[in-house]
Design a protein around this ligand. Structure first.
Ligand code: 4AD
Ligand code: MG
Length: 427
């Protein structure tokens, strides 16, 4: 008798052999002479049958949904069983008999969200979390292959990165601190030591928008490196995105198939990506949105319209300086234009923002003042321009936005195990 994971049995490891599997009851159907159990473990679900004549019958009768158990039986190929294999049970050892499980077929979306701690056991969430794990691994793989060093910036910070309106403040002993909105400024510090740096870390936004693309706590994949310009930046971002999509396309076939998501969309992602300037974006959108003039930020709806036209990832670059953060570098002959670039994808719009950083201390101070920021709060940041300033670029991509797009999920809250939104923070 060998202990097996369910996927091994489904992969045909041991037809007509005795196996032991351990897991939880996913579904149960009871007939007069036969009980059908669907057992789940981390790797999959498998149908098990218990005959009335089997010594496992009385234990099988007691089993409730989500009870944990160890089951022994004979694995058999059976075309009618979901997955092509089933186990006919000969012995069942109940480990933890579950009380009546609150999540059933008829429960509302709202109820399921309140039961997040239990809903994470569902096939859907299990599969999404596995794809997410692979996204992290593939991203790290690409950064590493390009000799980037992974760093760990702080989450408690003393000054805003992305403007005050989405900043979470908190009492830190008797001081006012904030939760970081982006690790960018810290990556800029570390870049002077390690050159190519990246991190995958949480970012926080006091974001009231209730859309399929906003969380208050999300995972942010950010990179920063010196001696580089906008061309280098877009090339790196599209190569990173291509690598992640190709790698998921290769490694997550099963997960996509079970989730009913289209994996071919990822397999066709290849650099280079189309690029248009913000000015061209406005011209394209103007017939559909006459209120859109040069200087207005693109809204979610505008981005969706643009993305629909491309049908795949693309870049919009050279935004108006006025709508961009203080650190964005501007063109010396066109100070009204900032070297800033967004990557967009269908249905979601923006999934990353990046750009060249202002490396001139005096211009940086002017930009801070123009945005009502106090340069004294950013003394350490200004030091980076005082001591060996260097042209540099960086970007940040929202991991959950990437996953929502990849898997075509209805909502960003399903791209993360414990979503934080205006209304949700339990458990
Ligand atoms: O566009 P953002 O605000 O840019 C920055 O934070 C830069 N400092 C990044 C950098 O250059 N290092 O945020 C970057 C990305 C967005 O494109 C989006 O994908 C994601 O972070 N994002 C969110 N994801 C989920 N929920 C939210 N509320 C998000 N806000 C931003
Ligand atoms: Mg942005």
């Amino acid at each position: 008798m060998t202990l097996k994971k369910i996927h091994e049995v489904l992969d045909g490891c041991c037809p007509d052999q005795k196996v032991q599997v351990r897991g939880w009851i996913y579904r149960k159907r009871e007939g007069k002479d036969l009980i059908f159990l669907v057992l789940r473990d981390s790797t999959g679900i498998i149908q098990c049958t218990v005959k009335k004549t089997s010594p496992a019958w009385s234990e099988a009768q007691k089993l409730t949904i989500e009870s944990s158990l160890s089951l022994e039986g004979t694995a058999r190929e059976d075309k009618r069983a979901p997955g092509g294999y089933e186990i006919s049970a000969e012995n069942i050892n109940i480990i933890g008999l579950a009380e009546t499980f609150p999540i059933g077929k008829d429960k509302s979306e709202e109820f399921i969200r309140d039961m997040r701690h239990l809903w994470l056991r569902s096939r859907k969430m299990n599969l999404v979390m596995k794809v997410r794990d692979q996204v992290f691994e593939s991203a790290r793989e690409y950064f590493k292959s390009q000799y980037y060093t992974e760093v760990s910036p702080p989450m408690f910070i003393s000054a805003a990165v992305e403007g005050g309106s989405t900043l979470f403040g908190l009492k830190y002993f008797d001081q006012q601190l904030y939760l970081t909105q982006s690790s960018q400024l810290y990556l800029e510090i570390l870049m002077y030591s390690l050159e190519k740096v990246y991190c995958i870390a949480p970012s926080f936004r006091a974001e009231k928008s209730r859309t399929i693309r906003h969380l208050t706590e999300y995972w942010h994949m950010e990179g920063e490196w010196p001696f580089a310009d906008m061309t280098d930046l877009m090339k790196f971002e599209e190569d990173l995105m291509t690598h992640i999509c190709q790698s998921i396309g290769e490694k997550c076939e099963k997960e996509f198939a079970e989730l009913g998501a289209d994996i071919n969309k990822l397999k066709t992602v290849k650099a280079p990506f189309p690029r248009i300037t913000y000015k061209e974006a406005i011209e394209r959108l103007k017939p559909k949105n006459p209120t859109l003039d040069w200087g207005t930020d693109l809204g979610y709806e505008d981005e969706k319209v643009l993305a629909e036209e491309f049908g795949k990832p693309f870049f919009v670059y050279d935004y108006p300086t006025e709508i961009k953060a203080f650190y964005c570098k501007t063109y010396s002959d066109h100070p009204e234009i900032a070297m800033s670039v967004d990557m967009m994808v269908p249905r979601i719009g923006e999934i990353s923002t990046g750009g060249a950083r202002e490396d001139n201390k005096d211009i940086l101070i002017q930009r801070m003042k123009a945005q009502g920021l106090n340069p004294e709060d950013y003394e350490w940041y200004l030091d980076l321009r005082r001591y060996g300033t260097v042209p540099h670029v960086g970007f940040g991509m929202g991991v959950e936005r990437l996953i929502v797009w990849m898997l075509d999920l209805d909502n960003i809250i399903d791209a993360i195990s414990f979503p934080r939104t205006t209304r949700r923070f339990y458990p």
